[in-house]
Design a protein around this ligand. Structure first.
Ligand SMILES: Nc1ncnc2c1ncn2[C@@H]1O[C@H](COP(=O)(O)OP(=O)(O)OP(=O)(O)O)[C@@H](O)[C@H]1O
Ligand SMILES: [Mg+2]
Length: 403
């Protein structure tokens, strides 16, 4: 199971420049989390602090029971084996082929023989869609390809904590969808705790269980995705909609004159260019591909969030409950479709199935999906109560496979 990462009172400065202060939150084990924030607010610095590459002045980062801010270099070296990190710039070695870059953590941290290294490297190369490019140098491939190579390298040790700094930057929308799905599938397979730094609002809406946001040197909020997506805080609303008008300016904070000029423009009906999308309309979270196991963390997340429900405002509670009901409906529908497809396969075994899953999932994944027949039957329906509203919502039962 993925490892919980607990950050408490973390403060980081470079010389006299404070980057953020008193940041406190917990990445629950195995859950998928996103960190948002305007450019320059210190998201990349935060990731580097989590793995002990940068040292905070104050606070603790507890990983697997160890405060890494107090670790010796040797202890840190061991703890880092838990991590797979995709750096914002890919951070590939320019003089090594993609193959050697991706093999690097295996050669550095394990005693695996070269044929085993090759098997793992080529599996990850295929996963990120880079087959055929493995002998190229980082300077000979596109920015998006470098990003995917960086992700492949982050995954070779089957990490328990995956940190991805803007996995989508430099990628086209289709590759972004594949990478997002890949992260969800990996989470379903190895239950790793994932933190994704992103400016991509579509990823923020559909991938994480929890979202946090950094602004003006502080963590504005961190909680279930529904909390941030339905937030009325001007900075959150502006960030999600991508509007010029609001507290975020070109250089993070706006001065009063600019704010007043913008207020006048707004009053005159001039658009700030943002999307008019309704973010309180929660879109379903991306589910693992057919053939992948169910995400254990999503079961744990649900239990945790339902327990915390009374602490949220009514609109957040409502969004969470709508989202749960929606997820149950989708899962039941998927199970129904798979059962139908399964029945059709039994009746006509010659039907080709391989094309229904993306290439990187491989044929094994497709084959597996036909082996889960016992789970295809919808679970019984139970009701749970909204603790401080007294309303009742129906939901299919939380599966038994929690651990
Ligand atoms: N090694 C360093 N030494 C001094 N200052 C640094 C260092 N690394 C980052 N900074 C400063 O910390 C601030 C935050 O940088 P960071 O790269 O974390 O921003 P970010 O939120 O990731 O931005 P973006 O969204 O553009 O990637 C910036 O002002 C940057 O100049
Ligand atoms: Mg950054």
């Amino acid at each position: 199971m993925g490892v919980e990462v607990s950050v408490e009172g973390l403060t980081k400065s470079f010389g006299s420049q404070n980057i953020w202060r008193d940041v406190t939150f917990t990445l629950p084990s195995g859950e998928v989390n996103a960190l948002l924030g305007p450019s320059g607010t210190g998201k990349s610095v935060f990731l580097k602090t989590l793995i002990g590459l940068l040292h905070p002045e104050q606070g603790s980062v507890i990983i697997d029971g160890t405060d890494i801010t107090l670790c010796s270099a040797k202890e840190l070296y061991e703890i880092r084996k838990l991590f797979g990190v995709l750096f914002q710039d890919g951070a590939l070695f320019g003089s090594m082929s993609l193959y050697d870059n991706i093999a690097f953590p295996l050669r550095e941290h394990t005693k695996k023989k070269e044929d085993e290294v090759r098997r793992i490297v080529m599996e990850k190369v295929e996963m990120v869609g880079l087959l055929g490019a493995e002998d190229k140098l980082p300077g000979e491939i596109s920015g998006g390809m470098r990003k995917r190579a960086g992700l492949a390298r982050a995954l070779v040790l089957d990490p328990q904590i995956i940190l991805c700094d803007e996995p989508d930057s430099g990628l086209d929308p289709v590759r972004t969808a594949y990478i997002s799905q890949l992260l969800i599938d990996i989470n379903a397979t190895i239950d790793a705790t994932i933190l994704i730094v992103t400016h991509n609002i579509n990823i923020a809406r559909t991938i994480p269980d929890n979202i946090g946001m950094l602004f003006r040197k502080e963590l504005v909020m961190f909680g279930p995705r529904e909390q941030l997506l339905t937030s009325e805080q001007p900075v959150v609303k502006q960030f999600l909609s991508g509007d010029r008008f609001g507290p975020i300016g070109m250089s993070e904070e706006k001065d009063e004159a600019v704010a007043a000029a913008e207020a006048a423009m707004q009053a005159a009906g001039i658009s700030g260019g943002g999307t008019k999308d309704d973010f309180t309309e929660i879109i379903p979270q991306v589910q693992p591909n057919p053939g992948m196991p169910e995400r254990k963390a999503s079961v744990r997340h649900r239990e945790r969030v339902l327990e915390m429900l009374p602490t949220f405002t009514p609109n957040v509670q409502d969004a969470i409950l709508r989202s749960i009901a929606q997820e149950d409906e989708i899962k039941a529908q998927n199970r129904g479709e798979m059962a139908q497809a399964h029945a059709a396969t039994v009746a006509a075994p010659a039907v080709a199935l391989g094309k229904s899953a993306p290439d990187y999932a491989g044929d094994d994944a497709v084959t597996q999906s036909w082996a889960v027949a016992p789970g295809l039957v919808d679970g019984p329906t139970e009701e749970y109560e909204v603790p401080n509203e007294g309303g009742r919502h129906s939901s299919t039962e939380i599966p038994d496979n929690r651990s």
